[in-house]
Design a protein around this ligand. Structure first.
Ligand code: TIU
Length: 314
């Protein structure tokens, strides 16, 4: 009964006159939908969301404490269901605008994915393959924190995230001989490195860094090339999920990020690259890699930064 008392006394749950309109049970809908026509104010949407949440809580309390009073909740259920079912799609289908170059990048959250390229231990961690080749990994590690914040906001908003990893099968059957010998390095892909066999799937160095580790529901694309579309099912996954636009982050700016953005562009995707979320071992390539994307009216895509994307997400 405490739940019932709380439910009745909660100001946010007091039904308005409109909510008390009779329920048309033959059609299983409230006879007047307050969101009909999409003309209700933003404030009324939020009011309904909060009332819906309180309603669910109250329902749980009522069921655990006094199962005999369901009829008290029943009149609210159509409003609760209507609010939740209306507002979630509305939020996912609204158009957001990110301040970017060469001009604003617009996207509907439901149709835009965050694509994080190759944030792997071998490229970013001290002692990995990247550092073994003489590269300064601190140039890449600067992108970790901005990526972490963007990923957190993206997940909180319920938007889609996809990760990629560059690497090969343990038997090297998908490693082109030209890639194996390129660089004339003493140690190359498939050899034993500081974090297991270099760029081989399943080895510690091939894994994604702890800070950006994928959630179980987030697809991880294992790619044998620099571009994320080559010899992978990325395009099919994006098509199946209705994705038209990508926010592309990761490493390195001029190699795998640029190649992927170009591949995506040719397949009809709009790409936004936040400059603080991508990294290159070479500062001049970082600068030019971004300039090449946004030049000529956005020949390959748009460039912005994580704070401007976070502002757009609200
Ligand atoms: N992910 C990626 O960019 N792979 C590379 O090999 N990058 C270099 O910059 N070498």
């Amino acid at each position: 009964m405490v739940g019932l008392y709380w439910f009745r006394g909660c100001k946010g749950l007091q039904p308005s006159k409109r909510d008390r309109r009779p329920v048309d049970r033959s059609q299983n809908v409230v006879s007047s939908n307050p969101f009909q026509g999409g003309m209700a104010s933003v404030r009324s949407h939020f009011s309904f969301v909060f009332r819906a949440l309180y309603g669910f809580l109250a329902l749980i309390m009522l069921q655990t404490e006094d199962p005999g009073v369901d009829h008290v909740v029943a009149p609210y259920l159509p409003s609760i269901t209507s609010a939740v079912c209306t507002i979630l799609p509305m939020r996912m289908n609204r158009t957001l605008s990110v301040d970017a170059e060469p001009y604003e990048f617009e996207f509907e959250p439901a149709h835009c994915a965050l694509l994080i390229i190759d944030m792997q231990r071998d490229f970013l961690e001290p002692g990995g393959f990247g550092e073994m080749l003489g590269n300064d990994v601190s140039q890449l590690r600067r992108a970790i924190d901005p990526n972490r914040k963007l990923l957190s906001a993206w997940r909180s908003a319920g938007l889609q995230v996809i990760h990629t990893r560059e690497g090969h099968r343990p038997d090297l059957s998908d490693l082109p001989p030209a890639k194996k010998i390129r660089g004339r390095s003493e140690t190359s892909i498939g050899d034993e490195g500081p974090m297991g066999r270099i760029l081989i799937r399943g080895e510690p160095g091939h894994d994604i860094i702890r800070e950006l580790y994928p959630l179980p529901a987030e697809p991880v694309i294992d790619k044998p090339g620099k571009g994320a579309f080559f010899a992978t099912d990325l395009h099919a996954i994006l098509q199946n999920r209705g994705i038209q636009k990508l926010v592309v982050t990761g490493v390195t700016t001029e190699v795998c990020v640029n190649t992927t953005v170009r591949e995506a562009n040719d397949r009809g995707y709009d790409c936004l690259v936040p400059e603080d979320c991508v990294g290159s071992y070479f500062p001049e390539f970082q600068e030019m890699g971004l300039k090449m994307i946004k030049a000529q009216g956005g020949i390959f895509g748009w460039v912005s930064d994580s704070s401007r994307i976070l502002s757009a997400l609200g």
